[in-house]
Design a protein around this ligand. Structure first.
Ligand SMILES: Cc1cc2nc3c(=O)[nH]c(=O)nc-3n(C[C@H](O)[C@H](O)[C@H](O)COP(=O)(O)OP(=O)(O)OC[C@H]3O[C@@H](n4cnc5c(N)ncnc54)[C@H](O)[C@@H]3O)c2cc1C
Length: 381
């Protein structure tokens, strides 16, 4: 169980209990089936909304509870610590990433239109930046949006899109001016029932098996200008101000998952006997676990510092990149070492550590790779 930390107050801890109950009653009974199917049931979204787990940071006037971002991180901590990585990632993209864009840049009419459904789970959101030809280098996107009267006509292809199968709305990063580089990119919200929009297959992944991840196709999709998020040409500026929250959320996911791997390993090494004594009694085991415990303690402390800055709107892009880089790299080290202590059992799918190991790998890739985090941090040296 995750310990209480000073960053959270009584109200957050009560909410933590709600999330724990939700995980035990609404995810645990279905989780193996969802992992097998490669997708959660659509009803999971409505249940998450009912329980108050979706977009807890949304103000009351838009149907939310008006919490701060710490309520979002409580959801993440509990779902990832419970080992429900895929379902946790589904909610994270919707609540921590997409809702952030709508809250920060949508106009009043758009907020009234989209936010209540995001809170209830009736309107599942995805965000589509990555294309087959470009991911890290966002300026290379080729999905075009051409203005025709009071509509944009969107053509192109996206890939690796989380919630791609279940989404009702997609925030699409489009190119509206061919020769304008980063100033020629625009965010447009596309409803999934528009003619010309098509979902590709649900991609087969190494981990996060129950999180649907898809290709999306746009074939001359006509969308009213009133679906544009922010100014034309403003996408890069908006992304720069929203990506830190996504990166902080990913750091949170990694810490919670790494903590889970560490905790189940401590239990296992006390029980598993080799050469007449528990594996955990070997000095090598104790010293390696001591290192991981120190890594986790320092990681949580830095995360809490960043979270405190974020709720005061003081988190810098650099600090968020450091948090993402360090927490996700640490996560990789922790699950690798922990799996080693399980020996051959660690390689078996029925052992949780095996799934935690597989699920961990994407943390260093999505939301900006470790190399891109280093690139961003090194710009301020
Ligand atoms: C499970 C999953 C879910 C995802 N969900 C979404 C989503 O919801 N929406 C979305 O838009 N995208 C999503 N992505 C895409 C993800 O954000 C990209 O995969 C990621 O940004 C990397 O882009 P790429 O795959 O094109 O790799 P590339 O950009 O081709 O990079 C390949 C390698 O080159 C390295 N590299 C690239 N540029 C540099 C550089 N300048 N210096 C040093 N090294 C460099 C990279 O670090 C990487 O190691 C998801 C991906 C996965 C796997």
């Amino acid at each position: 169980m995750l310990k209480h930390r000073a960053i959270y107050d009584e109200e957050h801890e009560q909410f933590r209990e709600t999330v724990r109950r939700f995980a035990a009653t609404q995810i645990a009974p279905h989780f193996d089936r969802w992992e097998e199917a490669g997708i959660v049931d659509r009803s999971y979204w409505g249940k998450g909304g009912e329980a108050g787990l979706l977009c807890p940071q949304i103000p009351e006037e838009y149907g939310g509870v008006g919490g701060d971002f710490r309520f979002n991180t409580i959801v993440t901590e509990e779902l990832f610590y419970a080992g429900f990585t895929g379902p946790g990632a589904d909610f994270a993209v919707h609540s921590d990433v997409c809702a952030g864009y709508v809250l920060s840049v949508a106009n009043e009419e758009q907020k009234q239109r989209w936010l209540p459904g995001m809170v209830s789970g009736d309107a599942v959101f995805a965000i589509a930046m990555t294309e087959p030809g470009t991911g890290s280098d966002l300026q290379g996107i080729r999905t075009r949006a051409v203005l025709d009267g009071d509509e944009y006509v969107i053509s192109g292809q996206k890939t690796f899109i989380s919630n791609g199968q279940h989404c009702d709305y997609v925030i699409v990063v489009t190119r509206t001016a061919v020769d304008a580089g980063s100033r020629g990119m625009t965010l447009i919200v596309v409803e999934a029932d528009r003619p010309g929009f098509r979902r590709g297959r649900n991609l087969h992944k190494l981990g996060h098996l129950s999180a649907d991840t898809s290709e999306l196709f746009f074939d001359e999709v006509r969308v009213p200008v009133t679906n544009r998020l922010g100014a034309e040409g403003g996408a890069m500026g908006i992304l720069m101000s929203e990506l830190p929250q996504e990166r902080l959320a990913i750091a949170c996911q990694s810490l919670a998952s790494a903590q889970k791997a560490f905790d189940i390993t401590c239990t296992y090494v006390k029980e598993r006997v080799a050469f007449g004594k528990p594996v955990g009694a070997q000095q090598n085991t104790r010293f390696k676990l001591a290192d991981l415990k120190a890594d986790l303690a320092v990681g949580w402390a830095f995360f809490d510092q960043c979270l405190a800055q974020h709720i005061k709107s003081e988190l810098t892009g650099e600090a968020a990149s450091i948090a993402k880089l360090w927490a996700t790299e640490m996560h990789g080290r922790v699950v690798d070492q922990c799996l080693q202590f399980f020996g051959g059992y660690g390689f078996m799918r029925e052992y949780e550590i095996c799934r935690l190991f597989a699920d961990a790998r994407v943390q260093r890739i999505y939301g900006g790779t470790s190399e891109i985090m280093r690139e961003l941090i090194s710009r301020n040296l």
